[in-house]
Design a protein around this ligand. Structure first.
Ligand SMILES: [Zn+2]
Ligand SMILES: [Zn+2]
Length: 495
């Protein structure tokens, strides 16, 4: 699209080429030619279309994503109800994609702006092409109507640790502050949010829970819908991206289409891949929230750099909801286990351990450093008639296999780090094979150990790290878990 500058009510505006009505044709330019477009004042005499205002409120969209005519959009823009900005702008001497925050671009011959070299953002192209001639449309976040029948239908009791964290969440929302809830695996961090969410919604605040993973969205949405039956919970993930309420549970990817939208932003698993390694996901989250709002981070394993932020208020929950300590991993030297597996053998320390767990009727979850090794181990186990299944990130049947394991149809599950978070199975025994490998960082090992002993009926899980040489990560993970147990003990929060 190309635009020409013009005047409207004595204010400078830009007009799309298709809508320009004058016999004297001006020169048209791509929108990037107009880097600073001011927000125009609201014209009280103009009657806006409520559907357009609702659709664009708090959103950040390309022309092709908006089901209204260019004429209508232009009228709302010149009368102060919408804002337009170039998709790519120069900030501090560097060009940036205003939708995803990326700084590297490619160029193409563009029919829309009729230039041989129009730039586009490769980073977010999967969500639609942002070019130097594409405008991004947005409208201020609207005031949501009060929700009738908003009651919290949850009558559980919070543990002491959860209680403290719950108060901290409410305070952060009341004062528009940020807080990190550092909650050990199995502490019940979702329940910690309930009272804060009830408070935020009673104040007509818009809320987003953002998580790096789609399966968390799918698990959380029905859970929260159940405790807030009067509310519409909108889950957002790839292929399901149109929210119709002020309460959104979204993957961090999907937040790319929001701007200044949410009063309360809750980021689950702030340390998890890909959020921790992809700076554009942090950009999305920051753009989607109102800068004047509150920010709540949840994690069991915050990174050092994250904790080093001076202004961050941290509240720890060192104990599990059931009041039993976290299982402390045992280290078990297993020699050159790779060589053994290559030869079609299972290290005897490992096979002894597996048999012991199976005799005790425990489901066995084994973590390995790579897909290649998992596949090899699966063959060796099959040869030795050890009934098992294997899952990894590229496995399309992953969900089904985990379900079979949950239903106890398979006694042993082999996994990559893909299952390090989120899996909860009663009475499970957990081991890492090749714990010395670089993929097993301190936080990965803490998360893996956090799979065991989560149920109040079986709080004492077995966690073993089989290794061919101790690493700092293993030692740090054990120290981390012991420190949390000690802190919980000192507070008198353990049985
Ligand atoms: Zn982009
Ligand atoms: Zn172009």
């Amino acid at each position: 699209m190309r635009f020409a500058s013009d005047l409207f009510n004595n204010k400078e505006i830009i007009v799309p080429e298709f809508l320009y009505q004058s016999s004297k044709l001006p020169e048209f330019f791509p929108i990037s030619h107009y880097p600073s477009l001011p927000q125009l004042p609201i014209n009280q005499r103009f009657k806006p279309n409520r559907k357009i205002i609702h659709f664009l409120s708090g959103r950040h969209l390309l022309r092709d994503e908006i089901p209204f005519s260019l004429q209508e959009l232009h009228a709302h823009y010149v009368n102060g109800y919408l804002q337009l900005e170039p998709g790519i702008q120069t900030l501090h001497g560097r060009e940036m994609c205003m939708r995803c925050g990326n700084h590297t671009f490619s160029s193409f011959s563009c029919a829309r702006c009729q230039r041989a070299s129009c730039q586009y953002c490769r980073n977010c192209i999967i969500m639609g092409k942002v070019t130097s001639c594409s405008p991004l449309y947005s409208a201020p976040s609207r005031q949501y109507e009060p929700i009738e029948n908003l009651t919290l239908q949850w009558f559980g009791k919070l543990s002491e640790g959860q209680q403290e964290a719950s108060h901290a969440v409410i305070r952060a929302i009341q004062n528009n502050h940020s807080v990190l809830i550092w909650a050990v695996c199995g502490s019940g961090k979702t329940e910690v949010l309930f009272h804060g969410l009830a408070y935020a919604l009673s104040q007509h605040k818009s809320v987003c829970i953002a998580t790096p993973r789609t399966d968390v969205v799918l698990e959380l949405a029905p859970r929260l819908q159940k405790v807030f039956p009067g509310l519409t919970v909108s889950p957002l993930y790839a292929g399901h991206s149109d929210p119709n309420s002020s309460f959104v549970i979204s993957t961090t990817h999907q937040l790319i289409r929001f701007k200044n939208c949410f009063d309360v932003m809750i980021i689950d698993e702030v340390d998890a891949f890909p959020y921790s390694v992809d700076p554009s996901l942090r950009f999305h989250v920051n753009k989607a929230r109102k800068q004047s709002g509150s920010l709540i981070y949840l994690t069991a394993t915050p990174s050092k750099s994250f904790l080093n932020q001076e202004t961050l208020n941290v509240v720890r929950i060192p104990s599990r909801y059931h009041g039993y300590p976290l299982p402390v991993p045992t280290l078990q030297w297993s020699g050159n286990w790779r060589k053994k597996i290559e030869k079609g053998q299972i290290p005897y320390t490992l096979i002894d351990w597996i048999k012991k767990q199976m005799n005790a009727q425990k489901p066995v979850l084994l973590f390995f450093p790579s897909i290649k090794i998992i596949e090899k181990v699966k063959c060796v186990f099959d040869e030795q008639r050890l009934l098992c299944e294997a899952v990894h990130s590229e496995d399309p049947n992953r969900t089904e296999k985990v379900l079979q394991f949950r239903r106890r149809e398979i006694p042993i599950l082999l996994s990559s780090t893909i299952l390090e978070r989120g899996i909860t199975i009663e009475n499970i025994a957990v081991a890492v094979v090749g714990a010395e490998d670089g993929v097993f960082t301190e936080s990965a090992l803490v998360q893996i150990a956090g799979r065991a002993g989560r149920s109040a009926s079986y709080p004492e899980g077995d966690v073993t790290f089989f290794h061919y040489g101790k690493t700092n990560a293993m030692i740090a993970a054990i120290r981390h878990i012991r420190k949390m147990n000690q802190e919980a003990e000192e507070k008198g929060w353990l049985h």
